[in-house]
Design a binder for this molecule. Structure first.
Ligand SMILES: [Zn+2]
Length: 384
């Protein structure tokens, strides 16, 4: 059992970790039943566990709480809560394999803010009802991030903020489908419509739009800044907390299949620019929507995103040079790998995604390619 415990708790030496998180230890994947306030779960249950990991001799009562904490850790039914700082809480879905959910954050500040908290669990409704956030933000319009807004509207009075350039896709479902449906494909349209409705798509009537100029500091100059990171979607945005040097990246692409640019309204050149922009920030902790929390090797993780894009471009150029047909390159995969074995409708969905990704790369190649367009990337990738 202890081996498993070590597997799911990331222990870091306080000296390596500049943010004071529960005596310098970052707890990952803490599962918490809905009836229990996550703050209380972190303390004393997890504090008890952590002290023990540091050879602390717990009192009998603490030992009891420790065991209760262990039971919670191995209960996989619930979304995962991680208290990142005193203010920021990270919410992860219990089943992150489903791409129509995502991880987000709750900011326990004044005002109370939620960003992309769409774990796809009925529990989010309980959290929203109890928390009553003042503000609900999404980093971009994709349904795995925006699906929770219907619950926000229904159960809270929170002001909804959506990125200005993503507005059209959230106010009209037909715009959403039209923009993401390549070649008027009926099979994709049917799939998209069904998945959007199942995932809580709601045409938003009352909202505020935001961009990089929007002030989310609320009289605290060190609070939260919007960083413009388009490319994955036209309005995709990240959020930076200068005081703690924490970055919430949305879908910048440090997850398994990232970076993603499988829809016609993605922009590969902008996506590269966005990664480069984030690399200029002073970041101690990076919180992502599909790839967990990154506390070490943040710049290398972002550089790896550039490397993946570069490798994809190199592969496409090599195959074109060898005389491969475009359809064969797409079939063999740009982002999703070989699709021959997939059943419909997912086969068409992945094929069209890779077909669109091919288009984005091809446009960039026609304009000189990634290195010509962004010479700084050459130096960054030379040694890896
Ligand atoms: Zn996305």
């Amino acid at each position: 059992m202890m081996t498993n415990l070590f597997d799911i708790i990331d222990i870091m030496k306080p000296a390596q970790y500049p943010i004071n998180i529960i005596k310098g230890i970052n707890i990952k994947h803490l599962r918490c039943p809905l009836w229990m306030d996550s703050q209380k779960v972190v303390s004393p249950f997890c504090e008890g566990m952590i002290r023990d990991l540091y050879n602390y001799k717990p009192a009998p009562l603490e030992l009891l709480l420790y065991c209760a904490g262990l039971l919670l850790l191995f209960d996989t039914k619930y979304m995962k809560h991680t208290r990142v700082t005193k203010q920021i809480e990270y919410i992860e879905p219990s089943n992150a394999k489903d791409r129509l959910v995502c991880s987000g954050i709750i900011i326990h500040s004044t005002p109370k803010i939620v960003i992309d908290t769409n774990p796809g669990d009925a529990g989010i409704v309980e959290i929203l009802k109890k928390l009553q956030p003042d503000i609900a933000i999404i980093t971009h319009f994709h349904i795995d991030h925006s699906g929770y807004l219907s619950a926000v509207s229904k159960h809270t009075n929170a002001r909804i903020y959506i990125p200005k350039k993503d507005e059209p896709y959230l106010v009209d479902i037909e715009n959403y489908i039209e923009q993401l449906r390549p070649d008027n494909s009926d099979i994709i349209e049917k799939l998209l419509r069904q998945r959007l409705i199942e995932s809580g798509y709601m045409e938003i009537k009352e909202y505020n739009s935001y961009d990089e100029a929007t002030d989310f500091r609320f009289h605290n100059p060190d609070f939260m800044r919007v960083i413009r990171t388009p490319g994955h979607s036209p309005g995709h945005s990240s959020f930076y907390f200068p005081h703690d040097k924490i970055l919430f990246t949305g879908d910048i692409g440090t997850d398994k299949l990232g970076p993603w640019y499988i829809f016609p309204n993605c922009n590969l050149a902008q996506h590269i620019e966005s990664i480069l922009r984030l690399m200029t920030l002073d970041i101690d902790l990076m919180i992502t929507c599909h790839g967990g929390i990154i506390s070490k090797g943040i710049k290398p993780a972002l550089r790896q995103c550039l490397k993946i894009i570069y490798d994809r471009e190199y592969m496409i150029k090599s195959k074109l040079k060898k005389g491969y047909a475009r359809s064969k390159i797409v079939e063999e995969g740009i982002i999703f790998g070989n699709k021959t074995g997939f059943d419909e409708p997912m086969r068409s969905y992945w094929y069209n995604g890779d077909d669109t990704a091919f288009n984005h790369h091809y446009n960039l190649i026609q304009n000189g390619g990634m290195i010509n367009r962004f010479p700084v990337v050459y130096d960054m990738l030379r040694d890896i």
